[in-house]
Design a protein around this ligand. Structure first.
Ligand SMILES: Nc1nc2c(ncn2[C@@H]2O[C@H](COP(=O)(O)OP(=O)(O)OP(=O)(O)O)[C@@H](O)[C@H]2O)c(=O)[nH]1
Ligand SMILES: [Mg+2]
Ligand SMILES: [Zn+2]
Length: 321
């Protein structure tokens, strides 16, 4: 899709800024002085998400709402898969994604895997954070975290209420533009408040009845960190899927599968039921973790389902520009 051209009636002097909050057509844009300005998107074709760089100007009549005329090209964008099988931007111009799980609610590691795969496909760095550690870390969670460490992902244990604190997370955020993602109620907004106290993000106890978060955060918001870098808080999810590549490339979102796949008998092996599959061999020997392989198989099934429903997905996308 081509980027909409700037409209004709644009003021000659535009400022450049970054979207720090987006509510549909209404945005908050921080300029070079860091102060947020209330803005509205010009024209229906423009779309902006938190983290976007935009060009904007005050209205001549002195209207309190300024106008965003242009959204600059995005670099690394976190996207989610929409119902039509396409990617929809969630936050733009990131360097790093922090997948947050916690002692409570019960972690859904498949969600973590899908964020990590999505980060890999979008060339965004990824960190796994395990919050509420002052409550203790169950054996199952400790095994999953050790699994991510073995794959080379930085794993950070943290707590906003006690030991081990947030120091290890601070070290990973310095200088980066990061987004906190994960299930509702894992403490993303609480971590943001601990890291950038002026953020004053709303937080809420998880439900006693369902032991799930209450989906307290409804819009992504960006805050500057005193140690340099920026942190974006995002709404918690029940589930997440990134836009999927062609199904033969889904294994590239799983580092252990990608590194072993070269040993498969067939170059286009999907590590499903093919003979001579090195990945399934590694699964049998315990070199690849069963839960991660299951995670891969779930994404493969999702890819096949989308291929059946949207045949155009099977063709590599036409090159734009
Ligand atoms: N025990 C414990 N509770 C925490 C910790 N961090 C946050 N919480 C609590 O967990 C609950 C959920 O925290 P939030 O920060 O609202 O969670 P969230 O991930 O932003 O949730 P959504 O916005 O719904 O995605 C709140 O009651 C927090 O006080 C922690 O380190 N330990
Ligand atoms: Mg929140
Ligand atoms: Zn294979």
């Amino acid at each position: 899709m081509s980027r909409p051209r700037p409209p004709r009636d644009v003021p000659s002097e535009l400022s450049t800024g970054r979207v720090v909050a987006s509510h549909g057509r209404e945005l908050k844009v921080a300029g070079s002085d860091g102060l947020p300005v209330a803005c509205r998107l010009h024209g229906r074709k423009l779309e902006a998400v938190c983290g976007d760089e935009v060009r904007w100007a005050h209205q001549p009549a002195g209207d309190a709402i300024a106008i965003v005329y242009e959204v600059l090209p995005r670099r690394r964008t976190l996207e989610r898969l929409n119902g039509l099988g396409r990617g929809e931007p969630v936050v733009a111009n990131l360097t790093q994604l922090v997948a947050v799980a916690a002692a409570t609610p019960t972690p859904d590691w498949f969600v973590v895997d899908r964020y990590l795969a999505g980060a890999a496909w979008a060339a965004i760095g990824a960190v796994v954070a395990f919050n509420k550690c002052e409550l203790g870390v169950a054996d199952e969670a400790a095994a999953e975290l050790a699994g991510y460490t073995a794959l080379g992902y930085p794993v950070v244990r943290c707590s906003t209420r006690g030991e081990p604190g947030i120091g290890a997370l601070v070290a990973h955020l310095a200088g980066a533009t990061s987004v906190l993602v994960g299930q509702s109620g894992t403490g993303k907004s609480s971590l943001l408040n601990a890291l950038a106290p002026e953020a004053r993000a709303i937080t809420q106890e998880i439900s006693v009845a369902t032991e799930e978060g209450r989906h307290t955060t409804t819009h992504a918001a960006l805050h500057l960190l005193s140690g340099g870098g920026a942190l974006i808080d995002s709404p918690g999810v029940r589930d997440y899927a990134p836009p999927l590549p062609q199904i033969r490339d889904i294994g590239s979102g799983f580092v252990e599968i990608a590194s072993i796949a070269a040993g498969c008998r067939f170059q286009d092996c999907l590590h499903d039921a093919e003979p001579g599959c090195a990945v399934r061999g590694a699964l049998a020997s315990g070199e690849i973790r069963r839960r991660r392989y299951d995670s891969y198989r779930r994404l493969l099934a999702l890819g096949r389902d989308f291929d059946a429903r949207f045949p155009e997905r099977r063709r590599p996308p036409a090159r734009v520009r």
